[in-house]
Ligand binder design. Structure first.
Ligand code: HEC
Length: 138
């Protein structure tokens, strides 16, 4: 009797609250606010090469607008922003092979700039939250 009372009045409500809180944490991520912060990071760190409209420069800086490469792989996109890139890649059917520098960004900053580029310039992607950036760090 005592055992089941403990379950119903303490453990069960506690588990319900924990489940509810974790659901809130996920659904309350504000993608719009993240993109707004990402917009200024983009202007500061990325725009010089990839351009204000994300069009890049053919043969030199690949475009982010409509980039199949960017949208295909979340993990790869996160690591690219943190650690840079080198070697041949193909974006929208064109080959690029110039080094890109990495950026010393916090989990939140990387998440913000990725949420911006994945949802600006006509792109549409799901949110990349800071814990995903943390998990992708090498
Ligand atoms: C100095 C120029 C330069 C800067 C600054 C720069 N990039 Fe790049 N970026 C490149 C180059 C060059 C490549 C192609 C790398 C390769 O050939 O392997 C690239 C590739 C990429 C790609 C993958 C290809 C694509 O078009 O989808 C993404 C995504 C990207 N950059 C995002 C960013 C973001 C976000 C920033 C700012 C945080 C940034 N870049 C800053 C030059 C730059």
């Amino acid at each position: 009797m005592m055992r089941s009372a403990t379950f119903f009045f303490i453990i069960l409500p506690f588990a319900a609250v924990v489940a509810w809180l974790s659901l809130q944490a996920q659904s309350s991520f504000d993608l719009k606010a993240s993109m707004e912060r990402g917009r200024s990071l983009y202007a500061a760190y990325c725009q010089s090469c990839h351009g204000a409209e994300g069009l890049g420069m053919e043969g030199v800086f690949p475009p982010l607008a409509g980039s199949d490469y960017l949208m295909a792989n979340r993990q790869r996109a996160i690591q690219l922003v943190l650690y840079g890139a080198s070697g041949e890649i193909t974006v929208k059917g064109k080959v690029y092979n110039q080094p890109m520098p990495g950026f010393d960004l916090s989990d939140r900053e990387a998440s913000d700039v990725l949420n911006y580029i994945r949802n600006a310039f006509g792109n549409k992607g799901d949110a990349i939250m800071p814990p995903a950036v943390k998990a992708a760090r090498k």
